[in-house]
Ligand binder design. Structure first.
Ligand SMILES: C[S@@+](CC[C@H](N)C(=O)[O-])C[C@H]1O[C@@H](n2cnc3c(N)ncnc32)[C@H](O)[C@@H]1O
Length: 339
């Protein structure tokens, strides 16, 4: 199966969002064309497997951030010999934004999202006005959105968000119901019901209201590569390095640390780049060539993605090098600095 090319590298059938193409060709990943159903935060994976068994003619994608849950889910999928199901490691916001084309999702299930009950943690909750907007851009007209929660305070927030969204309508005569005997149950739900917690079930549908797509899929650019001259030696450059943070074009760049290779002629700058919805910790490389000039590039450590933010980070490093010695010159560059 195509998914094997993108897996987490841990010998399991777990896809990893940072290793997959943006957007992703889900037909190729599943090996067939079929409506795409997504479960966000599948936890133990019971609902995911039940859904896949009940709907064999659909492709089912389970998204999780927790590795133990992913392992459990992948094992259940394997034991049930499901060929219509994939589990994917990643933050659902980034997966929807980067990997899913507009109008590509037929159904989305969000069962008991983390309620983040502590004061000051509420902004970590998944469901918000902006998340519903993102979902609206990725779902097909007529696509189904089911949400369940047993947390009273979160239910109030979800109710308010759904009641004010222009992009979804309730499939019920009310915003939610507190009982639903027909639905597949999750592990968390069964436990909550046994403990007497009140559940809120939302069954909504994407309507035809146009949702402006403010969630452009990040573009992958050529590998950044700058050749420059400088009168400074790598030792001098290393001795002047200090950690710094910059904000360029809404991209947050942090030069965190600098490492000297045991081989002569190479420095690595540990760099953090945050460009919504993607965060990367990468190494930028400064290499001195035999002829004396320097090459500034992105080191192929891990699985770096050469985005606009990475090009800006390389540019910022070059600007810093030039600020150290005004005689330094850029000889050539593959940087693309405008979006
Ligand atoms: C309270 S548990 C519910 C699990 C399962 N749906 C159930 O009902 O038994 C919430 C799950 O969502 C996952 N999760 C939290 N934030 C997420 C995100 N941004 N993207 C994907 N999964 C997420 C957590 O790892 C956790 O497994």
């Amino acid at each position: 199966m195509c998914g094997e090319f993108y897996n987490s590298g841990m010998g399991e059938d777990i896809l990893h969002y940072a290793r997959m193409p943006w957007p992703t060709d889900w037909t190729a990943v599943f090996g067939r064309e079929a409506p795409l159903l997504v479960e966000i935060g599948f936890g133990g994976g019971q609902f995911l497997v039940d859904l896949a068994q009940k709907r064999p003619s659909t492709n089912i994608l389970g998204i999780e951030i927790s590795l133990p849950s992913l392992r459990k889910g992948a094992k259940k999928v394997r034991l049930a010999q499901l060929t219509n199901t994939q589990v994917l490691q990643g933050d659902s916001k980034a997966v929807l934004w980067l990997q899913c084309l507009p109008q590509s999702l037929a159904e989305v299930y969000i069962n008991f999202p983390d309620p983040w009950p502590k004061a000051g943690h509420q902004q970590r909750r998944l469901i918000s006005d902006t998340f519903l907007h993102l979902l609206a851009t990725r779902m097909q007209d007529g696509g189904l959105l089911d949400i369940a929660t047993d947390h009273a305070d979160y239910a109030e927030v979800i109710t308010a968000c759904l009641e004010r969204t222009p992009y979804f309508d309730s499939r019920l005569s009310t915003t939610f119901v507190n009982q639903d005997e027909t639905r597949l149950r999750t592990k968390y739900e069964t436990k909550g019901l046994q403990e007497g917690r009140l559940c809120h079930y939302y069954k909504w549908v994407r309507n035809t209201a146009l949702a402006p797509d403010s969630y452009a899929i990040l573009e992958e650019l050529p590998m950044p590569h700058v050749v420059m001259t400088s009168p400074d030696s790598l030792e001098t450059i290393a001795s002047r390095f200090t950690a710094q943070t910059l904000e360029l074009d809404a991209v947050n760049i942090k030069f965190l640390d600098l490492y000297q290779s045991t081989r002569p002629g190479k420095l690595l700058v540990e760099t953090y780049v945050r460009e919504e919805p993607f965060h990367q910790r990468v190494c930028l490389e400064m290499r001195q060539r035999r002829q004396g000039d320097f090459v500034i590039s992105l080191a192929e450590v891990g699985f770096p993605r050469p985005t606009h933010g990475i090009h800006l980070a390389v540019h910022a490093l070059v600007v810093w090098l030039q600020s150290q010695s005004p005689e330094s010159r850029v000889l050539n560059s593959t940087l693309k600095l405008t979006e």
